[in-house]
Design a protein around this ligand. Sequence first.
Ligand SMILES: [Zn+2]
Length: 126
Amino acid sequence: MPKGRTRQQRAAQVLKWIDANWIVGRKISVRWVAELLDDDGEEYCGYTDRVGKDLVIVLSKKRLTTIQETTDIVIHEACHAIQWPPSGKAERRRHHHPPSFWALYGEIRDRFDHDHGHEEADAFEW
Ligand SMILES: [Zn+2]
């Protein structure tokens, strides 16, 4: 499989590479939407949510205009997916980036950027 040439293709490859190496533990998919606006009307890049038993990473086509930006956000959101709490009260605390989040992010980022992760990701289907 060659490296994905579109944001959509590359997002799928990077997510599958992460899931193969760190194990999200639930079915996870990517959904693209035209744009994302928060409660204050500010645009943002993406978020992760649970739909039934599965997780979905929702990404903004408007904000993520390059493969590089898309990759950055997919890695970030995949960390949320891996650390997604069990269903129930714990899930209400969504917007949290504790030190363990950044430790995981750093680990994945380092593997991707400096230890052939970006090449390994090419092997995954779009
Ligand atoms: Zn976050």
